[in-house]
Each structure stands twice: as C-alpha cells, then as structure tokens.
Design a binder for this molecule. Structure first.
Ligand code: HEM
Length: 292
C-alpha cells in the first residue's frame, strides 16, 4: 500500500514537473480554474514526501501577516511605496535582496516564496510591481501586467480579492503602493472603495442565487427514444437535502424553454413560474416527458 502511494506520488510529480519545464508551457497558459487544485496536489504530494522522509515538518505554519500589526504597528505605520521604490525589490541571483510584490495596492514581502518569484522563476514577473489584472486574466505579457482592473467583471474582481486573501494568509503585509488603490496617507482611494463595493454586491448576488438553487434544485434526467424521464432525489441538482421533491417545469424569467426543478411542496400552486408535467401525477417523484 505504502509503495503504491510512493509510486503514484512520483508519477504525478514527474508529470507536473515535466509540464512546468516545457518551454512555452507556462502555467498561465493552462486553465486558471485548475490552479487551486494543482497547487493543492503539489502541496499534498510534497507533504507526503516530507512525512515519509521526515525532512521538515509536514505543515509549516504560514507567516501571519498580522504580526506587523500585532507588533505595535497599525496599518498607517506600514510603508508607502512609490512604483519606482517597489520596482527595486525583485530579488537577486545571490538570494540576498528581498522580494516584494503588490496586489490591489497592498505590498507583501514574498521573499520566502523565492522559488516562485526569484529571478528566472515562473512568477518572477509579479516581483516589484502591482500586476493585479494578470492574476485573473492570466495575461503575463507586458501589457497584461498592470494594476488597471477597471474593465474586469465582478466575478473576476472577486477572484482577485481571493488572491489578495491568499497573500494575506501566506506573506507579511509590509505597506501600500501609492497610486490607483491607496493615497499618500495609506488610505483607500475612491477606485478601491468602488471595487470593494462591487465585490460586496457580487457576493450578495451569489448568495441569493445559491439560496434559490437550494430551494428549487435541478432534477435528474435521462433520455430515451420516445422522450426523457425526469425525477427527483435527495441529491439531484448537486444539492444534498433531506427531501426529494417532485419534478416541475420551471419557467425562468427571460428563458424561452422550461427546465426541470424539484419542488419541495407538491401542492404549492402559488408559484406561477412552476408547472406540472402533462400526464404525470401531481405527487409523482418521477415523470416521463414525451417529445413533442
Ligand atoms: C491566471 C493564471 C495563474 C496565475 C496568476 C498563477 C499564479 C501563481 C502564483 C502567484 C503562484 C505562487 C504562489 C505562492 O506564493 O505560493 C503559483 C504557484 C503555482 N502555480 Fe500558478 N498561476 C496561474 C496558473 C497556473 C496553472 C494553470 C497551473 C497548473 C495547471 C499552475 C500551477 C502552479 C503550481 C504547481 C504552483 C506551485 C505550487 C507550490 O509549489 O506550492 N498555475 N501560481
């Protein structure tokens, strides 16, 4: 069992190592949604090896960026960087100089992540600048490496905020970058306030959509030569619940054709967007839908 685990780990490590090394196969060219997953795998594999070889503790606790604040420096005591100053912190081959990067105008000391941000490493492009936009677009060209995020969609801004939280967790915050997001006294600019507001609205919207999805989860569906069968179960629509519900046609506002959802209360006729399936008992949890 143990040897199987080791072989599997070696295989996965070799495959990802190989992918990362192929010229022109920079991670940014792969689907960003896989990123967290891949990073998680890599960390797990590394942890397994560490555990097996007892080289280093399996989980090094990430540095708490709040130490700066706990140590008696409040946020305003953090340094205000100009773009020029920040550009001097890209590290060096001798691994002596520190490496800083900014995201949403917040400057972090990422020196302990030298293997990612040091000269010549995969993410060295982020060192010494605020390239907020590239974190969500994956555009690592000169034009893409910018802090101009005005045209990003709310979902991308949300994703960007998640990246900022990642840095909050892993690296010490050491200051603010004077410019688009912070003013010379380290206060958020109108641009940053507007973005924060937009992200907040997006989160609320997502919450509402999630709540609606939990109320009316999608049905299971299978197709056959004469039509299809729709049915409800306690896990249909990816929503785990203690009720199954009955299939109903749901006429979503703005949509031309109905979708099948599971209604919790079969007798609820008040919901004008829900309609029973023709020829199917009102209480049936499964309905055959004939093609028209
Ligand atoms: C928008 C695209 C992407 C961005 C902005 C991005 C950014 C980053 C950054 C900043 C790091 C260093 C994190 C740290 O400080 O610990 C990192 C690590 C890493 N990334 Fe990406 N990445 C992207 C896409 C990808 C993709 C598509 C893959 C693979 C499918 C990938 C694989 C990895 C791996 C394996 C690591 C190292 C994990 C570790 O050793 O802990 N990245 N990425």
């Amino acid at each position: 069992m143990l040897s199987k685990t080791i072989i599997l780990c070696i295989l996965i490590t070799v495959v990802f190592g190989y992918l990362l090394m192929i010229p022109g196969n920079h991670p940014s060219k792969w689907a960003p949604q896989n990123h967290a997953l891949v990073k998680d795998w890599v960390s797990r594999i590394r942890d397994i090896f560490r555990g097996l070889l007892t080289l280093t503790p399996a989980h090094e606790k990430p540095a708490d960026r709040r130490t700066t604040e706990k140590d008696g420096h409040d946020q305003l005591a953090l340094k205000i960087f100009t773009k020029l100053e920040l550009s001097k912190y890209k590290g060096d081959k001798e691994k002596k100089k520190p490496i800083y990067l900014a995201i949403l105008g917040r400057v972090y000391n990422v020196s302990k992540g030298r293997k990612h941000y040091g000269p010549g490493e995969a993410y060295s492009i982020f060192a010494g600048i605020d390239a907020s936009r590239a974190f969500v677009t994956g555009d690592f060209t000169e034009k893409g490496l910018t802090d101009d995020i005005e045209s990003l969609k709310s979902s991308q801004l949300f994703e960007l905020q998640n990246w900022a939280s990642f840095y909050d967790e892993k690296y010490p915050l050491i200051g603010y970058l004077l410019g688009r997001f912070y003013d010379s006294s380290g206060q958020p600019t109108e641009v940053l306030k507007k973005i924060d507001h937009q992200i907040q609205e997006y989160k609320e919207e997502v919450k509402k959509m999630e709540a609606a999805k939990n109320q009316l989860p999608a049905c299971n569906q299978e197709w056959n030569p004469t039509g299809s069968r729709v049915w409800c179960s306690q896990k249909s629509g990816g929503v785990s619940r203690d009720w199954a519900g009955v299939p109903r046609q749901y006429f979503q506002p703005g949509s031309t054709s109905p979708t099948c959802v599971c209604a919790r209360d079969p007798r609820n006729h008040h919901h004008h967007t829900l309609k029973e399936y023709k020829g199917c008992d009102m209480l049936a949890t499964s309905c055959n839908v004939l093609s028209e």
